[in-house]
Write a protein that binds this ligand. Sequence first.
Ligand SMILES: [Fe+2]
Length: 177
Amino acid sequence: MDIEDILPSRDIAFELLKKKKVPYHVRKHSIKVAEKALEIVESIKSVKLNNDLVEIGSLLHDIGRSKTHGFNHALIGGKILKEMGYPSELARICETHILGGLDKVDAKSVGLPEKNYLPNTLEEKIICLADKMMAGTKEVTIEERFNKWFSKYGRTDILVKAKKRIDAIQKEIEDLQ
Ligand SMILES: [Fe+2]
């Protein structure tokens, strides 16, 4: 079966966010992330991407915030979608969108199972990047986003690594444009 056949439609994705009681501001953020992510997809000329996966994945990437705003919302989101029978590609988008993705050391340090949650596919990378470029509903640069985090939390290992990963993702995407 093709992934498009089992991805929820945009309307169903919105309904699902409401049904799960994802806060209104998170839903607004997710719409903006989807817009940004699709803009990035359109800018990429040299590779064929799954637009529907990018759009629906963006809309649902924070569905785990229905339960918690802590780091675990990534895994909870993935679990919700898997339990509903949606494709693992969609669950992976939830699991890999935090910071620039988390490696085993990062995951352990924030209290998650010691596993890699790094974005691998371009779709995962695009959503991870678009999410960093949307602070709430406001578009920001990666520099602005991380500088804000650095001044709030300091230049912690996890943030410095995350910035490097996001810079690398941005570079990889620019090279495809
Ligand atoms: Fe999130």
